[in-house]
Design a protein around this ligand. Structure first.
Ligand SMILES: [Fe+2]
Ligand SMILES: [Fe+2]
Length: 260
């Protein structure tokens, strides 16, 4: 089974670039499942229904989120209507939306989990105990895919190693900068510390660089907007055997030509 996982998509421009790249790339790569992190789709802040539809039309089948989950104020009102969306599972019990979902691909059951780290982010429930509970409740799934949305490398590596051989993949998201450590951990767990982002490469993490620099220099409240200009597409492609063990993981990255 082949899975394509796309890193944090920034802004409408990032969503449109996903559509452009998948338009040609899916026929060539033929994945059985496409998942993307969409926490920055709406101008860097959360997800709207319209942009979710744009991504589904592009070929993305499930969307994960992160610390920007609640930035769109009506999101909590409609998220429960769309079972293709998964937000971090370690938000407190009773939070709208779902922290994981189970579905079938090619006759096999797939468990998709979104977790969030706690270092430099909100103090959510323990991601380890949360994942333990979810795995205990789903002993018979074939493939377990985890989006570990975290600021620090160590927290992502810790999840990778703690669940090596117990989950099929740990895809790190949130930093928007792809890491060069895609690897298969012992027991067949595909791992990368950060997949990277889809969005303008002319900005800072996809946002207009002048506004980011202004806020850092002055500490004044500054509204960040999505940068314009050429974009990058960062994803990984991972292959799994019939036991749900990873046999390959490789980055799929495209740089749109153009000046900075
Ligand atoms: Fe992000
Ligand atoms: Fe994030």
């Amino acid at each position: 089974m082949r899975v394509v996982f796309i890193g944090d998509i920034v802004g409408r421009t990032g969503c449109e670039y996903v559509a452009q790249i998948l338009g040609a790339g899916l026929a060539e790569r033929k994945p059985d499942l496409v998942v993307a992190n969409a926490e920055n789709a709406a101008e860097g802040r959360g997800l709207t229904r319209k942009l979710a539809e744009l991504l589904y039309d592009a070929g993305v089948e499930f969307l994960t989120l992160g610390n920007h989950t609640w930035d769109q104020k009506d999101f909590a009102e409609w998220v429960d209507d769309d079972k293709r969306i998964v937000r971090p599972a370690n938000y407190p019990p009773g939070t709208p939306g779902q922290g994981y979902t189970v579905f079938r691909v090619q006759g096999k059951s797939v468990l998709l989990v979104n977790l969030m780290g706690r270092t430099f982010l909100s103090q959510l429930d323990c991601p380890f105990r949360t994942l333990d509970r979810i795995l205990d409740e789903h002993p018979d799934v074939h493939l377990v895919l985890v989006d570990m949305h975290a600021e620090t490398t160590s927290e992502k590596l810790a999840i990778g190693w703690a669940y090596a051989g117990r989950v099929s993949a740990v895809f790190g998201t949130h930093t928007h900068v792809p890491t060069a450590d895609a690897q298969i951990l012992p027991g067949g767990t595909a791992y990368i510390t950060d997949v990277g982002m889809v969005g303008p490469r002319t900005g800072i993490l996809g946002m207009d660089r002048e506004s980011v620099i202004r806020r850092m220099r002055t500490q004044l409240p500054t509204r960040f907007t999505v940068a314009s200009g050429p974009r990058q597409f960062c994803a990984v492609q991972a292959d799994f055997d019939n036991q749900g063990r990873a046999i390959a993981i490789e980055p799929w990255q495209v740089i749109e030509p153009g000046g900075l």
